[in-house]
Design a protein around this ligand. Structure first.
Ligand code: SAM
Length: 216
């Protein structure tokens, strides 16, 4: 009988995995990446196609992916190591906890939430990632004029997101023109192949001197 054990990560892939020294203290870009530079976070990065493509395209930026599933985390670590992407880190932890307790404040230049689980049943909607508290924690993590970019294929969830956005303070909604050269995520590739529309919203954090601003 063979036991189906996961293969251990290579030493190079282990370097990509971020294991916080403490899960009770906020970290810093320097502590996570051992270097400075802009910080971007992909919440629920899945199998990481978008994260890795962005990291390859912008080597001067630092890309943190969060993901709760260990298999996906390890896959992305191994791919990043094979591609020699030293500007990528993966954290296996829950999104809201991560942004609330671990990610530095006023530090992130772009946060991405792409195709979060839609939880279509009414009884499960409280499990949706995009909620008032998540949006506010992301806002606090962003530097002034930092951005949150949201994408989903699910129209009811997008309508829900728009309501959350409409009552949130400290943001402005900005245009997000289509750009065929912009990397796509694993799920986005599937939905595009099925001809499904993609709904998206791009928000910019207002400077602190304008705290009462609401999304227009
Ligand atoms: C529908 S997939 C989208 C993955 C990727 N963003 C993409 O577009 O291909 C949602 C991902 O979020 C992860 N996820 C769901 N809830 C999460 C949570 N609370 N914290 C961290 N990851 C989560 C899932 O495991 C899954 O990989």
């Amino acid at each position: 009988m063979s036991l189906d054990r996961p293969k251990p990560l290579s030493p190079e892939a282990s370097q990509i995995l971020w294991k916080p020294e403490s899960i009770l203290e906020r970290s810093s870009t320097e502590a996570i990446f051992r270097r400075s530079g802009p910080l971007e976070v992909d919440f629920g990065c899945g199998e990481g196609a978008f994260l890795l493509a962005m990291a390859a395209r912008f080597p001067e930026r630092n890309f943190l992916g969060t993901e709760r599933l260990v298999g996906r985390v390890e896959k992305v670590c191994s791919k990043a190591a094979r591609l020699g992407l030293s500007n990528v880190r993966l954290l296996q932890l829950e999104n809201l906890y991560t942004v609330r307790f671990l990610i530095p404040r006023d530090a992130v230049s772009i946060a991405y939430v792409s195709f979060p689980d839609p939880w279509p049943k009414r009884a499960h909607q409280a499990r949706r990632l995009v909620q008032d508290d998540f949006l506010e924690e992301v806002r606090l993590s962003l530097m002034s004029e930092g951005e949150l970019r949201l994408k989903t294929d699910d129209l009811p969830y997008f309508q829900w997101m728009e309501k959350v956005i409409a009552r949130a303070k400290g943001w402005e909604r900005i245009d997000w023109p289509d750009d065929p050269s912009y990397p796509i995520t694993n799920f986005e590739a599937r939905f595009l192949a099925q001809g499904l529309p993609i709904h998206k919203a791009r928000l910019r954090k207002l400077p602190e001197s304008m705290p009462s601003g609401t999304v227009s």
